[in-house]
Ligand binder design. Structure first.
Ligand SMILES: [Ca+2]
Length: 145
């Protein structure tokens, strides 16, 4: 019985490895830590009217495998942060529009924010200046026409 269980675990490990070898990444993925495939795709730092409770950013998983964002967070230079626990598992190639409710953190004039894992590893650094009213700031590389 013990051997049967070991064989089962071994097969499971092998099948997991096969999956990791077949990760397909969307070529629009913004720069960042290549060990991870989730990025902030865009931000709206300066929503019309009062910013409080309406600032937002779009998260996107650029790979064909899901990613658990439990414990991940977005933090700015002033160490204001929003936790991404509520996002949970972001499916393959899925997007999530995150509205920042608990804190006003995305400066309109000049800002740097970090996307970090539960182990505080920086996955992505986003810097922007002069966000216009309702402007969507994209982090994706510009494609040549
Ligand atoms: Ca703002």
């Amino acid at each position: 019985m013990k051997y049967l269980l070991m064989i089962f675990i071994l097969c499971f490990a092998i099948s997991c490895e096969d999956e990791s070898n077949s990760v397909i990444i969307d070529s629009n993925m913004p720069e960042g830590n290549t060990d991870y495939y989730v990025r902030i795709q865009s931000l709206i730092p300066n929503p019309a009217g009062t910013d409080s409770g309406k600032e937002s950013f779009m998260l996107k998983n650029y790979a064909n495998r899901e990613c658990d964002l439990t414990g991940w967070y977005v933090e700015d230079l002033a160490s204001k942060r929003c936790e991404l626990d509520s996002v949970g598992i972001l499916g393959a190639n899925a997007s999530y529009n995150y509205i920042i409710l608990n804190v006003t953190m995305l400066n309109n004039a000049s800002e740097t924010v970090y996307l970090k894992t539960k182990d505080d590893i920086i996955v992505q650094t986003v810097t922007y200046k002069n966000a216009g009213v309702d402007e969507v700031i994209s982090t994706e590389p510009e494609t040549e026409e």
